[in-house]
Design a binder for this molecule. Structure first.
Ligand code: G6P
Length: 510
């Protein structure tokens, strides 16, 4: 359990907290013996919020997404369901059960790829997206509809309690939820947190005006909009100003909308350092490490990612190809180990990307491989103990995201690595604001530059490696998940509650 400082405990004492996210905190698996098993869900959002749910005891409103989720939730009434993981963590989940076609339009057309690609600048604009009636249909019958179902469950949960509700909604799948909840619960405290980058106002104009206005109208019903980085906050406020014509204050980080003051703050998400260090000592991780020690050469470059276009996996392999050409002395001395998971396979762009990734591996392995040495070791599996073993064993961790909200792989990796592993980090990952000074910074599009960064990382002497690793570990320890949580709760107390009394000059400006 995360230690929440006393003042936040006091704040929560009089509130009924509700977390809202598309994904549940756990993945539901149906075993051969017909028993359900609950394992930690994937992605940075779940990693961060699981701690928040534990600390606050909040009900988590989530979508029944796939087969086992749906089967389990079908048996459930309208009350939250208590789910316990094998590690003994208990969550209370209230399911949202959208009809399949609506979920498909919401998740596989609007959220991914449309919004995800806009927010990570992934559209190749000369060709895509092409927005037409089918997009409009997906918006109204999918995105809007599923957001309404979420809001309805939040309101049901809020009305079950006798205290004022604190609704913590999350990410790009649920931008309409704050407005829909505000209509029903005008006095609730609402915070919406966006885990992914907030692009410039100009790039939002890829979306038609009605869509982007509805997104902003939804979000600006919150009391606080939380984002990852300072640059996200700035882009958000500029979007309010340029695309919505709203008055903003960049210094105080507020926007004024429909008679309300909306606070816009950055809270860089992090990990639970102590819990993560403990998970690095489990027998499953130690077993995986022993396996790695059997095949690892002197140097290991490591990456672990969902096979998402934003992660820039193909350019990572092109850079490695370049490294082996320009610096042939590394041949046979190093392995690039990529531990990847398939993701969002109902979206054609993701299926195509998974194919390109595997093709790139084949090309590099054929070009440079020998009978005794395979340059890239590709493993397609979702295996947390193995990932943690990789974190402990890397000499170089490659995080070359095109754009990334934060990137918890970087934080997890440097927390448990004890080899003085070097972080090669994209300047466009949110984690760069905190760690860039001690990492080797790369421009993710520049494959020659990335190849040189890998070379430099591999050559770096032990003293410098350990000194840099130590600094980075210190930063993550300082700003761990407890701080992420308490900073948000403290702001809710400081900003929202007394705003009316203390800051009349900021009220009712629009
Ligand atoms: C990122 C997003 C989350 C999402 C996760 C996994 O971390 O910010 O909202 O849950 O990726 O993606 P998925 O589509 O599998 O939920």
């Amino acid at each position: 359990m995360i230690a929440i400082e006393e003042y936040t405990r006091q704040l929560l004492k009089d509130l009924h907290p509700v977390i809202v996210a598309n994904r549940a905190p756990v993945d539901v698996q149906l075993e051969a013996d017909e028993e359900y098993r609950f394992v930690r869900g994937g992605g940075g959002l779940v990693t961060g919020l699981a701690g928040l749910a534990q600390a606050t005891g909040a009900v988590w409103v989530a979508c029944a997404r796939e087969g086992p989720d749906q089967e389990l939730s079908a048996s459930d009434g309208s009350e939250p369901m208590s789910l316990q993981t094998e590690e003994g963590l208990r969550y209370r989940v209230l399911w949202v059960k959208p009809p399949r076609p609506a979920y498909d339009l919401y998740y596989n057309t609007i959220a991914n790829p449309l919004l995800w690609f806009v927010q990570h600048y992934l559209w190749n604009l000369a060709e895509a997206p092409i927005l037409d009636d089918s997009t409009h249909h997906a918006w109204t019958e999918g995105y809007r509809r599923v957001n309404q179902l979420f809001a309805q469950q939040v309101v049901n949960e809020a009305r079950r309690g006798h205290k004022r509700s604190l609704v913590l909604s999350h990410d790009y799948q649920l931008y309409l939820v704050p407005r829909l909840v505000r209509r029903e619960l005008p006095d609730a405290i609402l915070q919406h947190y966006v885990h992914i980058p907030w692009p410039t106002p100009q790039y939002w104009k890829v979306l038609p005006q009605y869509m982007r206005d509805e997104i902003m109208d939804g979000l600006l019903a919150s009391d606080v909009v939380g984002l990852q980085t300072r640059s996200d906050v700035r882009n958000f406020l500029l979007t309010c100003e340029e695309n919505m014509g709203l008055p903003i204050d960049l210094r105080q980080q507020v926007a004024f909308y429909r008679g309300r003051t909306v606070w816009v703050r950055n809270y860089p998400i992090s990990i639970d350092v102590r819990e993560f260090e403990a998970s690095a000592r489990t027998p499953a991780v130690e077993r995986a490490e022993r396996d790695i020690l059997r095949w690892r050469p002197r140097h290991v470059i490591f990456r672990v990612d969902r096979m998402d276009l934003s992660k820039n996996i193909v350019r990572g392999f092109l850079a490695y190809d370049r490294l082996l050409q320009v610096h042939p002395e590394w041949r046979g001395e190093v392995v690039f180990w990529a531990l990847l998971q398939k993701t969002r396979q109902n979206v054609s762009e993701y299926r195509e990307y998974a194919r390109q990734v595997q093709q790139a591996v084949r090309v590099v392995n054929e070009r440079h491989g020998t009978p005794t040495w395979q340059p890239i070791r590709l493993e397609l599996r979702d295996d947390i103990p193995r990932a943690i073993a990789g974190y402990k064993q890397f000499d170089v961790l490659l995080v070359n995201a095109i754009y990334d909200g934060m990137n918890l792989v970087a934080k997890e990796g440097i927390t448990v690595n004890r080899r003085g592993g070097v972080l090669v980090l994209s300047e466009n990952a949110g984690a760069h604001e905190e760690l860039g000074q001690w990492a080797i910074t790369i421009n993710p599009f520049d494959v020659d530059g990335t190849a040189e960064a890998l070379h430099r990382a591999l050559l770096m002497d032990g003293v410098e490696r350990h000194a840099r690793a130590e600094k980075m570990r210190g930063v993550v320890e300082q700003n761990d998940i407890a701080r992420w949580i308490s900073a948000q709760l403290q702001d809710l107390r400081d900003l929202v509650e007394p705003a009316a009394a203390r800051r009349p000059e900021l009220r009712q400006l629009s």
